[in-house]
Design a protein around this ligand. Structure first.
Ligand code: SF4
Length: 350
């Protein structure tokens, strides 16, 4: 097989494994590194210290610092279910979970398939190939690499947008110690004069330079932020109890490509994406662990999830939640949840 044939076969194999997007780029330093560096220096990454770690910064600047033998990088995208709407009928107040998180954690799905792709290449070439693979877990500017591998452009909402399928997909990358021909970078910007995502974001966290202030992003506030949610931002969280899809939901590129084939492992688990607030606020540690086994929701732990539910309860304006908020305020085993429940109980009364 020629390198071009091997690259083609690899991308075809990726598609068979559920990666509807696949492209190859070089391990050259990423184009957006300086912008990333400025973003970190300005503190927009909030408490995500791993993004500003000195060693990780060096590695982000050049993929060859991760794998010195790297000769090419395969970038893949796996679709997930677009947000479901409308919410279930009935009067029970509900929160909302971001679309990527309704099924099994993609960190459990994507890496084994990336490993299968490495094995495919090794079988085809008959040699052992140095490699490293990641799905948002490594010090890589993955959207930068995806753009350079021809998968799409980085939208004003900071998501990678494919002109064929929108932005509801998850990225993975394999650094390969094997020379493969690179695809043509995606150079056009299809956002044009549109600013829907910027206008729709309730906290105004999207900045004009295609970065966002993570400290105000609902995804960050409900997932990565481990402490109290700033008082002034709580009302802006609305119904979101884990992540947020607003800047993607309003994007015309996602409206155009509403449906796509999604791997069955990403089927929403029972009760998601609109969990019943009262039920979830009552989950014991054991029940939470059982309910969210292998789910991305484990990331916030029960305390973070119930903190978010308390805020969503206040934002729902549903007076029926008053007793459960007062009970949580007085006797929840997690002080973080008690504090938010206390605030929520007072704000529901207003
Ligand atoms: Fe670009 Fe408009 Fe989509 Fe924002 S909503 S990412 S500006 S196309």
């Amino acid at each position: 097989m020629t390198p071009a044939e091997l690259a083609q076969a690899l991308k075809e194999q990726a598609r068979q494994l559920g990666f509807t997007l696949a492209g190859i780029t070089s391990p050259d330093p990423p184009m957006h590194y300086e912008s990333y560096q400025r973003w970190v220096q300005a503190g927009f990454h909030g408490e995500m210290a791993y993004l500003a770690d000195e060693r990780a910064l060096e590695r982000r600047a050049d993929p060859r610092r991760i794998l010195p033998e790297c000769r090419s990088i395969l970038v893949v995208g796996m679709p997930y279910h677009p947000p479901l709407d409308p919410r279930p009928k009935g009067s029970l107040p509900r929160g909302r979970v971001a679309a990527y998180a309704v099924g099994v954690d993609y960190h459990l799905v994507i890496p084994p398939r990336l490993q299968q792709l490495v094995e495919f290449l090794e079988a085809q070439t008959g040699q052992s190939i140095p490699n490293r693979y990641y799905t948002d877990t490594g010090p890589l500017l993955e959207r930068d690499l995806a753009q350079r591998a021809g998968l799409g452009w980085i939208g004003k909402n900071t998501c990678l947008i494919s002109p064929k399928s929108g932005s509801y997909f998850l990225l993975g990358e394999i650094l390969l110690g094997l020379e493969l021909p690179a695809d043509r970078p995606f150079v056009s910007d299809h956002c044009g004069t549109c600013t829907r995502c910027i206008e729709a974001c309730p906290t105004g966290c999207i900045r004009p330079d295609r970065t966002l202030d993570a400290r105000q992003c609902i995804s960050y506030l409900t997932i990565e932020n481990k402490g109290d949610i700033p008082l002034e931002l709580r009302p802006k969280l609305g119904e979101w109890v884990f992540g947020c899809d607003i800047c993607q939901m309003v994007c015309p590129w996602n409206r155009r490509f509403g449906q796509h084939e999604v791997d069955s492992v990403f089927q929403p688990r029972a009760g998601l994406p609109f969990p019943v607030i009262a039920e979830e606020l009552s989950l014991t540690p054991q029940a939470f662990n059982r309910k969210f086994k292998d789910s991305p929701l484990k990331r916030t732990k029960r305390r973070g999830y119930q903190r978010n539910l308390a805020v969503a309860a206040a934002n729902s304006g549903e007076k029926s939640l008053q007793p459960i908020l007062e009970a949580a305020s007085q006797s929840h085993d997690e002080p973080l949840v008690s504090r938010h429940a206390n605030w929520a109980a007072k704000n529901l009364k207003k």
